[in-house]
Design a protein around this ligand. Structure first.
Ligand SMILES: Cc1ncc(COP(=O)(O)O)c(C=O)c1O
Length: 394
């Protein structure tokens, strides 16, 4: 075998998103891209805000030398300062630059956190349905994922969570606004979760960290404001990025933050800085760090996503699908009219509609639709959704 057996197994189980994307590429080559309704990828189609391009131009014209060299592994001091000032305002806590590490996207942040935290066989709880890469990231660092189901509204079930915690539990990952469900966790939910983790940490005599993966924080609808996770639980590690709210996923820029109230945070930060280096990231991209230092609060205009959510919701309801209306991000996660979600996704494919089966996210019986595509694509897919549903429900 050319590659490690572990890697070969990972490739076999590898993401349904990729698999559907590849099937879609074949369909598009055959029928023409304009005749395929592809809702598989969470790749933002909105252009970055104009300010991004203007600021990049300004940065490139800056005569300062040495701007492209290596830097401290945690990132540029000015960028860490800008982010800590921003977080201090959002969370009403005294964040300092030392609480921030700039990373290669939220994915980089999650890997850095897990590398620093996990000893072999330690467990990380993930809430299903979940972003599938979590399983790979946990395994990357010798950990074991323990999956806990959310309820029918995709909210955490604290009883099940409590039952899943044991003396191997090192961390719990949450993601709000959520991929794939679009749901968010409110203040009461986060407070109860914080209380549970505090009590369990005391019981087991060591800290259980809450890893809050929130690259969609600014993509929320209906004027919703999200509660502060740091206020709910001090031993929180934030992993986030500018991939979604600035539409910059290809630029790989994000950060992680440790609460100023977290115990042992100096050692934790030092460990994560070393992890950023030895995972081979070395540091987050320099040019992008200089960009985001100037715009920690800017985000794309989310009104196109809000319009698409309404349109798609209407189309699915009229066609007879059940779903929980998303409050953020750009995903819908309807129930599959067939118990077998893979079979139903094949029915959709007969209508040239590409979706991802829920089992790819740890929740069979559902399917995910990413609405980072033009409204015209969503509108044109309506008859296909209706036909697929009525075909299988008789
Ligand atoms: C829930 C979630 N976490 C993390 C990531 C990774 O984001 P990034 O591109 O910033 O690494 C994604 C990307 O789709 C995501 O949906």
């Amino acid at each position: 075998m050319t590659i490690a057996s572990k890697m070969s197994a990972a490739m076999q189980s590898s993401s349904w998103i990729r698999r559907m994307f590849e099937e879609g590429a074949e369909l598009k080559a055959r029928l023409g891209a304009e005749n395929v309704y592809d809702f598989t990828l969470g790749n933002p189609d909105l252009e970055p805000p104009l300010a991004v391009k203007e600021t990049l131009r300004e940065i490139l014209q800056d005569p300062q030398t040495g701007a492209h060299g290596y830097m401290p592994n945690a990132g540029l001091p000015a960028t860490r300062r800008a982010i800590s000032d921003y977080l201090a305002g959002v969370h009403s806590l005294p964040f300092q630059p030392d609480d921030i590490i700039m990373t290669c996207g939220a994915a980089g942040a999650l890997n850095v956190i897990l590398k620093a935290l996990l000893d072999p066989w330690e467990e990380v709880i993930v809430l299903a349905p979940f972003f599938p890469e979590y399983l790979f990231y946990i395994e990357n660092h010798g950990g074991v994922a323990r999956v806990v189901e959310t309820d029918d509204q995709f909210q955490p079930n604290l009883k099940s969570l409590e039952q899943a915690i044991n003396d191997h539990t090192r961390a719990v990952i949450i993601n709000s606004p959520n991929n794939p469900t679009g749901q968010v966790y409110d203040e009461a939910c986060l407070r109860s979760l914080g209380e549970l983790l505090a009590a369990q940490s005391t019981f087991y005599g060591r800290t259980i960290y809450l890893i809050n993966d929130e690259p969609y924080r600014r993509l929320v609808f209906d004027g919703l404001t999200l509660p502060s996770i740091f206020q709910a639980y001090p031993d929180t590690l934030l992993a986030t990025s500018f991939s979604k709210d600035l539409s910059l996923p290809g630029e790989r820029i994000g950060y992680l933050a440790v609460s100023p109230q977290s115990r042992g945070r100096q050692e934790l930060v030092a460990g994560m800085i070393l992890a950023n280096r030895i995972l081979g990231f070395v540091n987050a991209p320099a040019l992008m760090q200089r960009l985001v230092a100037k715009m920690p609060e800017i985000s794309v205009d989310i009104s196109p996503y809000a319009r698409r959510r309404e349109l798609f919701g209407r189309i699915l309801s009229e066609a007879g699908y059940d779903f929980v209306k998303p409050k953020g991000a750009f995903y819908l996660f309807p129930q599959s009219p067939l118990a077998d979600d893979v079979e139903f996704v094949q029915e959709l494919k007969k209508e040239n509609i590409l979706a991802v089966p829920g089992r790819g996210f740890g929740r069979p019986g559902y399917f995910r639709l990413a609405f980072c595509v033009p409204e015209s694509t969503i509108a044109a897919s309506a008859p296909g959704f209706a036909r697929a549903c009525s075909r299988v429900t008789g």
